[in-house]
Design a protein around this ligand. Structure first.
Ligand code: FPP
Length: 243
């Protein structure tokens, strides 16, 4: 990645960055710590990332905190992740609000504990008027489920005579996704050296720039974000057209 201070003249700031925060477990293993310690440091990295986005002028940040496939992990780890989320929301809400962050959640809430659902709603209501940064946290989220649910809702509308099949377009389908109203991500980042999207924003990332970073998520800093923004600025986006 080019250094942030060597940002080219044409550099543009991604309006929306989406991040697959990977490598918490390996970060902990390298230090002979329990995995939960890696997730705790991951939550610290979330704080730095939010701060970095505000400093860089990024308007939307979407974080993959728990996938619909993460239930396959041992119950102990799932429980540690949920407790961490509770703690993060309790501890950070005032500060996020002070910084002008509007927080929202995407994903299927039906499998989440009632107290977490209540906390999510409280956080959304508390920060609803903020405009500095829209922070979306994906929880029990998976693109396949999201797209299938959107298709099902459109099929129900057609069956009820509220819609014609010809009215099913990319736009009407996108309007049924959890991300309705959110611009598509300009930049999708995955940490830890893994190079896959793991069922994250598959529809929305059709034209996103992808950036795979070797460092583990707990090591992510404001500087990492600045480097990622600089790398984005050096990319040429054509959206299928010619330059
Ligand atoms: C992937 O690392 C990370 C997760 C499945 C959880 C992400 C959660 C956090 C960063 C903590 C809290 C988040 C918020 C929003 C407060 P991994 O466990 O798969 O790491 P590994 O691949 O090295 O094992």
């Amino acid at each position: 990645m080019p250094a942030a201070d060597k940002k080219p003249e044409t550099a543009s700031i991604p309006r929306h960055i989406a991040i697959i925060m990977d490598g918490n477990g390996r970060w902990a293993a390298d230090r002979k710590l329990p995995r939960a310690a890696g997730h705790q440091q991951g939550a610290e990295a979330v704080r730095r990332c939010v701060k970095g986005c505000i400093e860089q002028g990024v308007r939307c940040l979407t974080l993959y905190a728990f996938s619909s496939e993460n239930w396959k992990r041992p119950a102990e780890e799932v429980s540690a992740l949920m407790s961490l989320l509770r703690l993060y929301l309790r501890r950070e809400m005032k500060e996020l609000n002070r910084r002008g962050v509007c927080i929202r959640f995407i994903g299927d809430r039906s499998a989440l504990d009632d107290d977490i659902c209540a906390q999510l709603k409280e956080a959304e209501d508390f920060t609803a008027g903020n405009r500095e940064l829209l922070l979306t946290i994906a929880l029990n989220y998976g693109s396949h489920g999201e797209i299938a649910a959107a298709a099902r809702r459109l099929a129900e509308k057609v069956a009820a005579g509220e819609m014609q099949p010809e009215e099913i377009t990319a736009e009407t389908l996108a309007a049924q996704l959890d991300t309705n109203g959110l611009p598509d991500p300009d930049l999708v980042i995955r940490t830890s050296g893994e190079m896959r999207l793991s069922n994250f924003l598959l529809w929305q990332s059709a034209y996103s720039e992808l950036l795979f970073i070797d460092e583990y998520w707990p090591d992510f800093t404001e500087e990492t974000l600045a480097l990622a923004v600089a790398e984005f600025g050096a990319r040429e986006r054509r959206f299928g057209a010619r330059s």
